[in-house]
Every structure is written in C-alpha cells, then in structure tokens.
Design a protein around this ligand. Sequence first.
Ligand SMILES: Cc1ncc(C[n+]2csc(CCOP(=O)(O)OP(=O)(O)O)c2C)c(N)n1
Length: 626
Amino acid sequence: MEESVLENIKKPQDIALLDEDELERLTFETRKLIIETTKVTGGHLASSLGAVEITVALLRVYDLPHDKIIWDVGHQAYAYKILTDRQSKFHTLRQWGGISGFPKRSESEYDIVDSGHAGSSLGDAFGLAIARDFMGEKFNIAAVIGDGSMTSGVSYEALNQIGHYINSNLVIILNDNGMSISQNVGSISSYLSRIRIKPAYTHMKQHLEEFFMTLPRVGEATLKLMTQIKESLTRAVLRGLFFESLGLKYVGPIDGHNIFEMEETIREAIQIDAPVLIHVVTQKGKGFKPSERKPEKYHGVSSTRKSDKSKERAEEEKTYTELFREAIVEVAKEDRRIFAITAAMTLGTGLDEFSKLFPDRFYDVGIAEQLAVNLGAGLALGGLKPVVAIYSTFLQRAFDQLSQEVCLQNLPVLFVVDRAGLVGEDGETHHGYFDLSYLRMLPNMTVMAPGCGWELKAMILYALSLNSPAAIRFPRAKPLVVDEAGRTGIESGKGEVIREGKDISIFSIGDMLGSALSVADKLKESGISATVVNARFVKPIDSEFVAEVAKKKKLIATLEQNVCSGGFGSAICEQLAKENLNIPVMIRGLPDSYIEHGTQGELLDSVGLSPDAIFRDILRFFKEND
Ligand SMILES: Cc1ncc(C[n+]2csc(CCOP(=O)(O)OP(=O)(O)O)c2C)c(N)n1
C-alpha cells in the first residue's frame, strides 16, 4: 500500500517540501478525511472541500504560527485544522469535548480568532495589521473571505479603511465560488461573476468591435472611441477596479484549485507593502460528486450519531422550522401584504417555499442582518407586513436597527427567530441564548415563544394582528406533543396553565415546557404537586395572571433556554415585585458564559438544565424548607 502523505505531515512547514504528485495525494487524502469524518460528526462539508487547495497554497507560503491566517466564518477551515495541528483529533470534530467546527483560539495556536459569524475577518486583519506595525513586529497576515461573506456590510466598512490606513503587507484571499449557502445575491456578486467569466466577456467585446467595423461610415475615430470604451470597461469590469478604487491592489481571477498558481501569486503579493486582494475562483464542494452537484444541500451536513437524550417526551414529526415553512405560506396566501426577508438563509429559515410561490414578495439581502431588519422597517413604513426570518445568533448583529428603525417607530415588523437556545454541535458562535434579554428590553416589542407546534401558527396570526413589532422565537427542534386538557387561545401577556398543582408553580417559556412537564412528573413521585405554566409571552407579561398562579405556592421555578440575566425569569420576578408577592423564585436558565459544542442533551446536562438536574434542585429546596 502506498504510504500516506497526509499522515507524514507533522507540522505545516512539511507541506512546502512536497512535490506535485505528493501535493495531489495530500489534497485527495485531506478531502477523504473531511468527507469520512463529517459523515459521522456532521459539519460544513462543501465549503471546506472547496478551500483545500487555498489552504495548501497558504501553508506553503506562510510560516505558521509566526504568520497569521484569519478565516472568515471559519466553516471552510477543516483542511486548515487537519494540516496545522489537529489531524489526530479531527475525528472528534464538533463533539462534546472534541475540537470545534470553527477556528478557536483556545484550541490551537494556529487559530487567530474565534469565528463563526460572517464578515469579521477583514476587520480583524485590519486591527492586527495596525497592531503589528505599531509594535514594530514583522509577520505576514492573510484573511480568507468567501464571496458570500463579502455581502456583509461590515466587510466593506473594513475594506474602506484598510485601503486608506494600511501601507504594509496584508493579503486578502477572496474565495469566490459564486455561492453563499444558496446562490449568492446582489450587485457585487454579479460584478464578481462578470470578472469570473472573463473569456466570454472578452469574446463578446471582440464581436462588438467586428460589428462596428461592418457598419457604414465607421472610421478610425469611432473605432478608437470603441477601443477606449472597451479598455475602460475591461479595467472596470475585468481587473477589479472596484477594489483598486478602495486602495487595494487587485490580482485575479486565478484558479483556486491550482496550488502552484496561487502559491506564486501569494509569494508575489507578500513582497508588496500594501493590501493586496487576490481573487480566486473555486468550486464549492470540490472533490465529492454529490456536493459538487448540490453544494447548497451539502453546505452543512448533519451528524449520524444519535446520542441526544435531552428529550424525554413525545415530539411532533416536523421541526419548528418546517411548521413555520408551511404556516408562512398559508398566511401569505390570505394576505398579499405579507413579505418575507432572509439574510442569506432561505433554506435554513424555511423560506424556500415562500420564495418560490411569491418571488416578488421575497427578499434575500445576503449576509446583511442589519439590512434585513432595516428593510423590514422600510416595507412596514410603506404599509406592508414584513416577516424577517432570522437565526437568534445572527439577529444580534442588528440590535440597533431593532431599536431605532423598528421599535422606536413602533412599526409592525414580525421577527421569526429560529435556532433559539442551544443549537448543539455548531457551538458557542451559533447558540442563540441572548435574544429573550435583548428583545424584551425594547419598548413596543412583543416577545413570544411557542411551547408546542400549533402555537407557532397561532402566534404568527396573533403577531400579524398587532400593529406593532413582535418576535416569535423557537429552537432547532421538533415541538413537543402537548395533549394535556384545557388548551387556550393566545391572549396578550397570558400563559396557559397546563397542569394544576398546589406546592410549586413552574413557569416555562417555549420548548422548556417539555422539561417542565418531566420535572412535574418526577416531583409527583416525590409527593410534590406542581402547577405547570406554558408562559407563551416574555413581553408583555400579565402580572395579575402570574400572581394568580403563583400565590399560595411555596416556590416558583422559571425555566428558559436563555441567559438568566435579563431573561424570562427576570421578567417574572419583575411582575412578582409589581404585585408585591413575596415568594421564593428559582430561575433556571443558561449561565453567564459561552457554552461549547456538543449535542443539545450533553450541553443541557453540562449547565444543569436537564429535567433531572432541575428536579434535584427543586427537591432540595423542599427538603431544606420543610
Ligand atoms: C452573520 C452571519 N450570518 C449568517 C451566517 C450563516 N452562514 C454561514 S456560512 C454562510 C455563507 C457564506 O458564504 P461564503 O462566505 O461565500 O462561503 P462558502 O460557504 O461559499 O465557502 C452563511 C450565510 C453566518 N455564519 N454569519
């Protein structure tokens, strides 16, 4: 059997010693490891497969860890992890206690930033270059950013300043595969694809020139004019004039799967004392037929391991996202003023069906969450009913737009906040457990979370009937089946009592209803009877309803998948204070820390938020206060 090239790579510097044949084997073996690992662990397959040669070329030129490579988003950095120092740990990718799916400083000296959100690499590189020059240090910096991440406004904010301030070396590799998660969108994306199709464009210009020559009375002057137009167009369109006008040197486009071409270009670029943007063209999903054919489907693949024991109760067939996917189409059929907005997450947020059925009422603004919220405000100003579907973690980017553009003006924009709470294997950059706090502090905002499937559509209808901002948040999960009696319709600020008891009232928000019912079952076996409330609202909260449920009980427990600070439990305490009720409150939510990756069950266990842990805490209270 032929010796493995990959296994012989002990440090990144070893890669520079390989010949062409060995490099080919290296990229093949690296891809094989990525494909076989993500089959088990899940992960960002297509993006990482597309960036293997970029990684190898960079590692052949740069001297790591002295030089610094910054990956935007970081989802394309699997080859980098493997080829720097994590080959032997790669099988632990995204698993509890294993290596992260994103670059992480605490994991390796080769990881320069903790990344996960798009568009931050250029700002980081900008700052790092300033610090390097100020401290009189000498090292090279490269930032690798995808064309999708280049739709992020903050990328341009950084480019604008990099070109202005930096007159030392900084290399930006623009990894252009024409894709964000889905097909990329917007004018810059069209601009890049015009550069990419250079041969066809040149061909067209030639035809145009020949055509003008055939026209009567076309003399030299016209031809000269044509040539000038052609040249300026060529400069503008073919040679990255856009980037050059921002003060960067532009090189490209070059083949992002040709290691030697990239290596040579990068070597030249690091000789220049100025920011250089190297535009490389890659194929997303390269080297694995299914992901080459369907890069969108293989952008992220799920883990085949099933070890999540967080759910003790029956679940519905469909996820919350799938239920939203159906509900938004149903309501949009009834009301043509409903528009939907996504920030580059059409599929992930379940807006794919809507986008096909109502293309003129659908906007993908790219990875531009601030614009998504701002656009929602604009549509609402014009009398429409915008629904902004967004992941909890990414909505953080648009806090000021939520406040200024939407809430200050009390505009009826509905935010459908998916992936709220712990998301699992994507880890700390992707968990969404701050939204209840940052949404509920905003005046005019209504904040809801369904405890089961049917409530989602009921809440959408309720929110659309309000003439003010509203947010509905739900997790990456299948809803709980709630077959308890006494279900009631949505009423402002009020939860529903799902089960009556006399010793303790457990107020749960959203998906924590399942845990609340499990805890109540366990308490019953210990002789403690619990009222269980599906709170539905985080804002407003009807204080009389809370007081009515809570009074005469020995304890109130609040359950949420949000940080305790400023979240649902805090909101309940505020209402109790308002009603002058002096009852002990046990707030159970997520701690004041960033939580790593793992299955949702492992993570809940690790922070003491599993039904078992909550049960034990409550039992202890009753034992101590008997
Ligand atoms: C602020 C933010 N919004 C959304 C996402 C979700 N997301 C992850 S990767 C990605 C597409 C990135 O496209 P590109 O930079 O071109 O990289 P590619 O996957 O094509 O290699 C998106 C939208 C994110 N990570 N960060």
